[in-house]
Design a protein around this ligand. Sequence first.
Ligand code: 7UC
Ligand code: FE
Length: 293
Amino acid sequence: MSMVLGAQQSAGLGVEVRGFDVDAVTPAEIERLTQTVYRDKVVVLRDQGDITPAQFVRLGRMFGELVSYHEPMYHHPEFEEIFVSSNVPEDGKQIGVPKTGKFWHADYQFMPKPFAFTIFSPKVLPAKNRGTFFINMAQAYEALPDELKDAAAGTRCSHSVRKFFKIRPDDVYRPLGEVIREVEEHTPPVTFPTVMEHPVTGEKILFISEGFTVELHGSDDPDLLDKLFEATGQLDTEFTHPLIHQHGYESGDIVIWDNRTLIHRALHTTTPAATVSHRVTALDDHPLYARAL
Ligand code: 7UC
Ligand code: FE
């Protein structure tokens, strides 16, 4: 079967792809998928349940240069390009890191070069709460009242991993101050425009997240960042804000999303159900943004 793209899902996020075969895909098909990710933000490749870690890495490379996560404890034991989120030990050993990403963020927003694409492969899905929340931050920008758009214009934001940096096994018994100093040294905050133009679609994106964005510079209003979090739905603890999309997974899905435009958050599970996912992350040939607004 050859690759078939469905229509944009009526629920608002995602184009479904059937018949995708990682061993037969052509460069033209990858280009089509890439453009679909830029325009429609989420692409869901169905029925990829048999994909091996080696094939998954190969798939990722077709979208761009892969970047391995900066903290090795997240790496797949054989493929450092794969970031493993897991609460299921293998042979009594923890693989990857449990409970990742349960906060609003864009991947690597705290680094100098945030990724263009996140490619996500759920491996073990819990029976309930199998999904990810998304907010489209271009849509969120457009929905802002004019006074917040004006207030955000020309400002910049700093982003840091500090609130969600996970303590590593080797950090046990280390002074917390020393660990904090190391985090600030290895991953100092980065600063980007608060509003940026998407280099491919030209959309205006509000590039902030409650998890990683720690400071807004260039405004007289000390509450502006909180107002922007509030207006974009990031402070809604019930997840009913109209900008929040809940995306569900079927087993065998591989989901590719535009990490410039979407912020996401792992769905909060109430029970400690087994959950395993793999992801790879790729850069593209475009700068993070075409211009600051
Ligand atoms: O453990 C985690 O939640 C990982 C997070 C701090 N960073 C994911 C990323 O790609 O930025
Ligand atoms: Fe993430």
